[in-house]
Write a protein that binds this ligand. Structure first.
Ligand SMILES: [Zn+2]
Length: 114
């Protein structure tokens, strides 16, 4: 289960960050997930809730933002964000594009209770 390992990574990242910043109670976490990872945000949210139940993260909410796939075109040299899996350059129609972003998992923001 891909989503479960992603949820676990998110929990790890939060744990590290809390340890560095002296702890606190997490209210919400903003995560950015690349569209290319093929992850279903609802499933990540579900797994996150399941593995944080009964822990200090119980009740915190996950906000998931999907980022577009960014491709670089070899024909015209431009970067574009592509929707879904249409691997053609939107600028010139060329097929010689390579994906340079869209596979990331990033915890953008951790909001703590005051
Ligand atoms: Zn192009």
């Amino acid at each position: 289960m891909h989503e479960l390992s992603i949820a676990e990574s998110i929990v790890d990242i939060i744990g590290d960050s809390l340890a560095r910043n002296g702890g606190g109670r997490v209210r919400s976490v903003k995560v950015r997930i690349g569209e290319l990872s093929g992850v279903v945000p609802e499933s990540v949210d579900f797994c996150f809730k399941a593995i944080t139940a009964g822990t200090s993260l119980d009740g915190s909410t996950l906000e998931i933002e999907k980022t577009h796939i960014v491709a670089l075109c070899d024909d015209c040299g431009k970067e574009s964000s592509v929707e879904g899996l249409v691997f053609r350059c939107p600028k010139c129609g060329g097929a010689n594009i390579k994906v340079i972003s869209g596979n990331e998992l990033q915890v953008v923001e951790i909001e703590l209770d005051e």
